[in-house]
Design a protein around this ligand. Structure first.
Ligand SMILES: NC(=O)c1ccc[n+]([C@@H]2O[C@H](COP(=O)([O-])OP(=O)(O)OC[C@H]3O[C@@H](n4cnc5c(N)ncnc54)[C@H](O)[C@@H]3O)[C@@H](O)[C@H]2O)c1
Ligand SMILES: O=C(O)C(=O)C[C@@H](O)[C@H](O)[C@H](O)COP(=O)(O)O
Ligand SMILES: [Zn+2]
Length: 366
């Protein structure tokens, strides 16, 4: 059952489509709570071959009396593909899922993004519930309704905004999460603070060692603060007409680094960590921010055990070409989230290729 002392409830306020984010211990077994978000009789649980053996049984116990099946992805970013969306839709067809069916996404961000997109596509949109099992998915990907898949040409190039009905973040599942994945999740926590919450950034600096050591109290506090921050941004700008783009700090560089490394070199959160440092360095080059802020960002990421340097062997021109396919760009110009210092970010258009290339080349040589 849910341990109430560590329980948090945060709403994503979107009118009739508002939904709760429940954060706590034992939530996968709190069937009455999450079953309240189910409407029909059909459920497809989408997970992967690593997470399902660990946690699917606990979810399955809550599906008594329903018609349900599961669809398991192979593990890894390389499987966040259109082909797998097709197979997930086939699984919904085989189940006979009607419009009141629900998809449950049990896993990290890869599972959540693909499951959410499958739900958005089936019969032009059915319900889904996020059950994130990585730190990154708890603090970021399960909240806000960005769903989608990668193409060989780049990350997340196909997708839809489709909000979940509920987010069930059972932090007990983090016990089995490898350290490297845990640290990658912390990068998206730092991002939220770096964009728009100076007091949170200062709190992270004070609690960095405890967070790196996975201490429970600061961890719950960090998850809740990041989710509350993101929920506010999403409520104000659901479809990224303005402010929401700031959540992309570090991502134009980061996605290019992930794609260039064929998803085997850097995890998403690691790409975001390196990308935030590059965005800070580019901002300095353009006279928008101070070296002292870049140093603080660098120090916090390092204390949390995150990479801050471009992996060896990356080609600056290839990275720039990948950055040109970023969704924030407009005809002919690169638009990036740049940094004005801790807690302040801005979307800037017309960034020159020269400035981006010089930033990447400097980072590769220092
Ligand atoms: N939609 C959004 O707003 C959004 C936000 C951030 C990231 N993303 C996307 O999320 C993805 C990254 O998500 P991620 O970092 O969770 O990666 P992931 O989904 O690949 O999960 C990381 C690894 O941890 C394993 N795992 C998951 N839960 C586990 C557990 N409890 N115990 C043991 N192993 C576990 C997975 O099998 C995988 O190997 C990327 O595709 C990224 O683009 C989306
Ligand atoms: O929720 C958002 O908005 C984000 O940008 C969150 C990011 O951390 C996340 O990686 C997202 O998937 C990036 O989206 P994209 O629009 O750059 O594909
Ligand atoms: Zn991200």
């Amino acid at each position: 059952m849910t341990d109430t002392s560590n329980f948090r409830h945060i709403d994503v306020a979107l009118g009739e489509r508002s939904y709760p984010v429940w954060i706590g211990q034992g939530l996968l077994d709190d069937h009455a709570r999450w079953r309240s978000a189910l409407r029909g009789k059909h459920v497809l649980v989408i997970s992967n071959t690593t997470v399902a053996p660990l946690y699917l049984d606990r979810v399955a116990k809550g599906l008594d009396g329903l018609r349900w099946s599961s669809f398991l992805l192979d593990d890894g970013e390389a499987h966040k593909t259109f082909a797998n969306v097709g197979l997930a839709l086939d699984a919904l067809a085989l189940l006979g899922a009607t419009r009141d069916a629900c998809v449950i996404a049990l896993g990290g961000g890869v599972v959540g993004d693909l499951a959410g997109f499958s739900a958005a596509c089936w019969m032009r949109g059915i319900d889904f519930i996020q059950m994130p099992t990585t730190l990154l998915a708890m603090v970021d990907s399960s909240v806000g309704g960005k769903t989608g898949v990668n193409l060989p040409a780049g990350k997340n190039l196909v997708g839809a905004f489709h909000q979940p009905r509920a987010v069930v973040a059972d932090i007990d599942t983090l016990a089995s999460l490898p350290d490297r994945e845990y640290r990658a999740g912390l990068a998206e926590v730092v991002k939220g603070a770096a964009i728009g919450d100076l007091p949170f950034f200062e709190w992270l600096e004070q609690n960095a060692e405890a967070l790196a050591a996975r201490e429970k109290a600061p961890l719950i506090e960090a998850i809740a603060r990041k989710v509350r921050y993101k929920a506010g941004v999403v409520a104000r700008d659901e479809t990224e007409q303005g402010e929401r783009a700031l959540l992309n700090l570090g991502h134009t560089f980061g996605h290019a680094l992930e794609t260039a490394g064929k998803y085997t070199t850097l995890l998403h959160g690691e790409g975001v960590a390196v990308g935030m440092v590059l965005a800070a360095q580019l901002s300095e080059r353009l006279g928008m921010s101070q070296a002292a802020d870049t140093t603080r960002l660098h120090r916090l990421l390092t204390t949390l055990g995150l990479p801050t340097a471009i992996p060896p062997g990356m080609d600056p021109e290839q990275l720039l070409a990948l950055m040109r396919l970023d969704k924030k760009n407009t005809a002919g110009t690169l638009r990036l989230i740049l940094w004005q210092g801790i807690g302040k970010a801005e979307i800037i258009g017309g960034v020159s290729d020269e400035a981006v290339l010089a930033t990447i080349k400097d980072a590769l040589t220092t």
